[in-house]
Design a protein. Sequence first.
Length: 112
Amino acid sequence: MSAVDDWAYVGTLDDIWQGEMCAVRVGAGPDSVDVLLCNVDGTVLAYEDKCPHLANPLSRGALADGVLTCAAHEWEFDTRTGDGLNPASATLRRYPVRMDGDRILVDVRCAP
Ligand code: FES
């Protein structure tokens, strides 16, 4: 991913308040990655903005009490872990997040 720095700046804590989620794009062109940021209890987590079911953008869903519900077919995910709640076999692709003060940095080169 030549167009993407190791740690990409994606915004600040002012951009995503506790209990909120938002979509950001890291990089440009064919190497870009759509990322979903979730602020759960003050912790920012980053996931691929693509549902593991049929790839609907998860950012179009709803986030309540840490549970993300996909807008397309209502699969549910625990945003604290990325694990599926319904169905439990699904898993979100998670990206590492690093904070620099209130700046949010995401590494999209790999996912655990
Ligand atoms: S695309 Fe998300 S539940 Fe079907």
